[in-house]
Design a protein around this ligand. Sequence first.
Ligand SMILES: [Zn+2]
Ligand SMILES: [Zn+2]
Ligand SMILES: [Zn+2]
Length: 127
Amino acid sequence: MTPQRRAIVAEVMRTQGHISPTALARKVQADMPGVNASTIYRTLAMLEEVGVLAHAHLESGAEYHRAEDAGHVHLMCSNCGAEDDLSLREARALQNLIEEHRGFAPDLTHFAISGLCANCQRAVARH
Ligand SMILES: [Zn+2]
Ligand SMILES: [Zn+2]
Ligand SMILES: [Zn+2]
């Protein structure tokens, strides 16, 4: 593994929660100005292929986290961008409901559910 790839892997592993490819590029380039974005994208794809990372689609685009942390449903406020997680256990009833529809097996972890957080709902109600 090249030093560039090692720096990319170290940065992803240090990150709590999600990191977007652009945020990752910014951080890695701060330490190693020579690393270009395509190296970062290729390394992310490689790490996903070997099962270390997983991506999810959030309001802001695709983001990565460690594969072992990926088992949750993403809730994203489309007004203020607040993020929350729902465990798969909490989402069980929704999962079952969808499975009852022609046996469709949903992957609830892959795309975020967008909506309004409690704060933004209160703000809307005040108007
Ligand atoms: Zn995807
Ligand atoms: Zn997540
Ligand atoms: Zn909000």
